[in-house]
Design a protein around this ligand. Structure first.
Ligand code: ASP
Length: 317
């Protein structure tokens, strides 16, 4: 019998206890808790996994600490360009947006792409025009200005390369340029009472990213994927997650190798590590099993299920 379950993440990376104050840690936990609560209310009331992941990701997009929606990072030009995707495992339908500006909740726009267009991915001006047609809520540039992200950009520009605390060693072939991968991309996966699965992911991408850079988040199969076996949302250095087709890789390992969700997800993250990529993912299967593997120092993460209750964790245990 399937168990209802929901998991969320707020990004993976070098999260060290020594660099965290108790107050900040409490804020991160509270953000994850708010997201779990809003998705769980929907699942408990018999709502769909699709509604639950959308609601949970919206909460995380509204929470300024995470790198999505309001708290998104700045591009090299000091702009905020947002990516999001959502996928319904039962119907195998997906919607995504990339390179959008001023949209308060990109995950809502992604869902509209899925439900109201014949396409899967809308980008840039076209996505913003579609947002306007749909009457999607937008916000001014000031809404998306957060000081910590601005300072991150200034540091990235002045260092001229990625040395940040948030990435692995300099052997990483995609971090020789002035890119910085901040922690805070958000995502949710859920299994509802019918055993149907859904996944959603949202991000501002990477600090100091090049004009037009798109990562794994809005690419179905790379950063986000759901079918009837599993739902997956990834976070990490997007270039590697694209090369590893990470989200779909979990489903493929289950389908073709007959692995359990946990083993499949672990192999996927190990494979990303062998490429020198850093990050993690959250995944759920049709029985409500949840797994949250990562190869970085930490990952903001939480889950809630009927048998295990609520668990919120940040560091490696
Ligand atoms: N995967 C995201 C990207 O590369 C960033 C992240 O998860 O931190 O755009």
């Amino acid at each position: 019998m399937n168990q209802t379950a929901l998991a969320v993440h707020g990004g993976a990376g070098t999260i060290l206890r020594s660099q965290m104050t108790p107050a900040l840690e409490a804020e991160y936990r509270s953000g994850l808790e708010i997201a779990l609560k809003s998705g769980w209310e929907i699942l408990e009331a018999g709502g769909s996994s699709l509604d639950a992941v959308e609601a949970a990701v919206c909460e995380l997009e509204n929470y300024p600490l995470f790198n999505a929606g309001r708290g998104a990072v700045f591009t090299h030009e000091g702009k905020v360009e947002l990516d999001a995707a959502i996928m319904d495992g039962h119907s195998l339908k997906a919607g995504a947006v990339t390179f959008v500006k001023n949209v308060k909740n990109p995950v809502k726009l992604a869902r509209l792409v899925m439900e109201r267009t014949e396409h899967i991915l809308l980008a840039g001006e076209g996505a913003n025009q579609f947002a306007e047609e749909m009457g999607v809520e937008t916000e001014s540039d000031e809404y998306f200005f957060t000081e910590h992200r601005w300072l991150q950009l200034q540091r990235a520009i002045s260092s001229g390369r990625v040395t940040l605390d948030h990435s692995l060693s300099g052997s990483d072939r995609f971090t020789t340029g002035p890119l910085v991968r901040p922690i805070g991309t958000v995502g949710a996966v859920a299994c509802d009472k019918k055993g149907y699965l859904a996944a959603a992911t949202s991000t501002g991408g990477m600090t100091n990213k090049k004009f037009g850079r798109i990562g794994d988040t809005p690419i179905v199969g790379a950063g986000t994927y759901a079918d009837d076996k599993c739902a997956v949302s990834c976070t990490g250095h997007g270039e590697y997650f694209m090369l590893g087709v990470a989200a779909y890789d979990v489903a493929a390992r289950m389908k073709y190798k007959g692995l359990s969700l946990e083993d499949a997800a672990r192999e996927t993250i190990d494979n990303i590590r062998t490429m020198n990529g850093e990050g993690g993912l959250i995944a759920v299967d049709g029985n409500g099993n949840v797994t949250l593997p990562f190869n970085s120092e930490g990952m903001y993460r939480g889950s809630i299920s009927e048998n295990k209750g609520t668990e919120i964790t940040i560091y490696r245990s």
